[in-house]
Design a protein around this ligand. Structure first.
Ligand SMILES: O=P(O)(O)OC[C@@]1(O)O[C@H](CO)[C@@H](O)[C@@H]1O
Length: 391
């Protein structure tokens, strides 16, 4: 692997920092929301209490010998981090560990009746069922008359800004949506993206999804558009193998989104039908690779995933967490070239992301200066800016 440039890895230990607030405030709030959403029994309440205490002062504990994914977590540095504080290990790792432990607490992996019950499902469903989703779907009717390129651009932006639909983020950033759909693109390589997907394309788009509901719906619409317009022949949609970061999409969420689309009137319903047919005949494939929930950067991806990304015409990584994993969860100088930190990626890659954490690369010096002048450093985390970067 070529040498990557380095910058400090983000840790959660510094009070006042964004990572610290996620560990100290967001995670306890998520536990209480989940607790309030299900009629859990005493065992789960006790496990959630223990997790709360563990969040505050605990150390990383080993997984039991019979945990189904113990070997995988050992490959993912569990032994190295066992006994250390959540605040001292890489933030990317401790966040991921939190979701793994939360699933344990509610019985997701267990043999009992709560096995496989998604603790975030009520929140994801509520968003999908919200009137705002109806309005977004109805707006598709207005796109029908647009020339293909304009429609494509609108759907790309729908998928991009759909990334604000992140329920974990909303727990600690109330009001972020009130800023409106600010056209605040801090980097825009969309021309390069379209040049990789010309009409008459015979290739495969890999879309690594982020959130369910109001992000996944526009992601699916974009895929439907690219297939219908002959810009790709196939699409592979990567989702999470288990509930993660509150709103991340699983296979069940894809099913919910497709039902929602198919039941909608007008253009949305037609897109839903086309997507359903494309899944049936194999033009769209859904994957839930274990590495999608790994607490590691993509530079450590396993060989099978590397081969899949290498074979794709383009891999689109959605969202903030995927961005952190793509460029490395480090405090890069913002003008660090995106190309340089993604050199290791085995094929063409695009990031579509709204900015919700400190990590950023590929800005021009002028853009960085303008953002800092207007907002100090708040632009990094307040979810009102977005980027399209291609390498
Ligand atoms: O990946 P997404 O859904 O766009 O965002 C995930 C997120 O909410 O979680 C992290 C903090 O918990 C941040 O990276 C980001 O704000």
């Amino acid at each position: 692997m070529p040498d990557l440039p380095t910058a400090p890895v983000l840790l959660g230990g510094e009070p006042g920092s964004f990572p610290h607030s996620v560990l100290a405030e967001r995670h306890p709030a998520i536990i209480e929301r989940v607790r309030g959403a299900f009629p859990y029994g005493p065992a789960q309440h006790r496990a959630l209490d223990a997790l709360l205490a563990n969040c505050a002062e605990g150390a990383v504990e080993p997984l039991p010998a019979d945990a189904p994914d113990r070997d995988r977590w050992l490959e993912w540095d569990l032994a190295e981090h066992t006994g250390r504080s959540w605040y001292d290990v890489p933030w990317l790792w401790s966040e991921s560990w939190f979701y793994r432990r939360l699933l344990d607490a509610v019985g997701w992996f267990g043999p009992g009746a709560w096995r496989g019950v998604d603790p975030f499902r009520p929140f994801k469903r509520a968003e999908l069922d919200a009137p705002e989703t109806d309005a977004e779907l109805a707006a598709l009717d207005g796109l029908r008359e647009l020339p293909e390129e304009e429609r494509g651009r609108a759907l790309l932006h729908g998928s991009l800004w759909g990334n604000r639909a992140d329920l974990g983020f909303r727990i600690s950033a109330a009001g972020a949506e009130a800023h409106g759909p600010a056209p605040a693109l801090v980097a825009d390589d969309s021309e390069a993206l379209w040049s990789l997907l010309p009409p008459g394309g015979t290739g495969t788009l890999v879309l690594v999804a982020d959130n369910a509901g109001r992000e996944l719906v526009p992601d699916l619409l974009l895929i439907a558009h690219l297939l219908a317009e002959g810009r790709i022949a196939r699409a592979v949609l990567h989702v999470k193998p288990y509930p993660y970061y509150v709103s991340d999409a699983t296979t069940a969420d894809v099913v919910d989104a497709l039902h929602r689309l198919r039941a909608a009137p007008g253009a949305a319903g037609a897109y839903g039908g086309a997507l359903w047919a494309a899944l049936a005949d194999g033009r769209i494939d859904v994957r839930a690779h274990p590495f999608s929930c790994a607490p590691l950067p993509y530079s450590r991806m396993p060989a099978d995933l590397r081969a899949e990304f290498a074979a794709a015409t383009l891999t689109v990584l959605k969202g903030d967490l995927n961005y952190r994993r793509l460029v490395g969860d480090r405090l890069w100088p913002p003008t660090t070239p995106f190309q340089r930190v993604t050199d290791y990626f085995p094929g063409p890659v695009a990031a579509l992301r709204t900015l919700k954490s400190d990590v950023i690369t590929g800005l021009s010096a002028d853009t960085e200066a303008a953002l800092v002048a207007a907002e100090d450093q708040r632009w990094r985390t307040n979810g009102t800016h977005a980027l399209i970067q291609v390498s």
